[in-house]
Design a protein around this ligand. Structure first.
Ligand code: TMP
Length: 199
């Protein structure tokens, strides 16, 4: 299956404003907005297994479930839309997997990279926006299983994201997520124009 549309991904820590900005960009471009995990109807139960606070899964099982979700989502949602020539804006992709299951959980990066390649059949984003804020994460009662992880875990995820940014300068770019929604959206529009010629 060929890829005619552009594939744009938003990455970053929880509550950094990713979903809002991803939806704004998708709307402005007439692109399809989608997200991982749990976007496809058959993967709703997987999202619950992954994020429900009562769910007890090992790190290995967590990695497998994220991969099943990503595989179904890629096959059923991303590839058909891209092949039909639609631009797609996806809220989280392999970057989240490497940052959270790799750096956050201190998993085997080579194994996880291989697993994600198999899950996606090698689909790569054209552009990844990494949103980063100076604001500290506020722990709330409504945190899901992964949001409820320790400050040290979040710090490792943050550093993991910066490593991925450094390793992939052609596809990744950093976005300052502090400021008003409009200010952040303007930064993203500017980068999309420079990097994808989206004007
Ligand atoms: P969301 O709240 O942005 O929908 O993301 C759900 C959580 O899942 C979030 O804490 C990040 C985490 N996550 C991973 O740990 N690995 C992954 O591969 C993905 C896509 C998300």
């Amino acid at each position: 299956m060929t890829k005619a549309g552009k594939f744009v991904v938003f990455e970053g820590l929880d509550r950094v404003g990713k979903s809002t900005q991803a939806k704004l960009l998708a709307k402005a471009r007439g692109a399809e907005y989608t997200k991982q995990p749990g976007a496809h109807r058959s993967t709703k139960a997987l999202r619950d297994m992954l994020l429900n606070k009562k769910s007890q899964v090992s790190d290995f099982v967590e990695a497998l479930i994220f991969s099943v979700d990503r595989s179904i989502h890629t096959e059923q949602v991303l590839r058909p839309a891209l092949a039909a020539g639609k631009d797609v804006v996806c809220d989280r992709f392999i970057g989240s997997f490497l940052a959270y299951q790799g750096y956050g959980r201190q998993g085997d990066i080579d194994f996880l990279t291989d697993l994600s390649k198999r899950a996606t059949g090698g689909l790569e984003p054209d552009l990844v926006f990494l949103l980063q804020s100076q604001r500290s994460f506020t722990n709330g009662l409504d945190n899901d299983r992964i949001e409820g992880e320790s400050t040290e875990f979040r710090q490792r995820v943050k550093e993991g994201y910066l490593t991925l940014l450094e390793q992939n300068p052609d596809t990744w770019c950093l976005v300052d997520a502090d400021g008003t929604q409009k200010e952040v959206a303007e930064r993203i529009t500017q980068l999309a124009a420079e990097r994808l010629n989206w004007v």
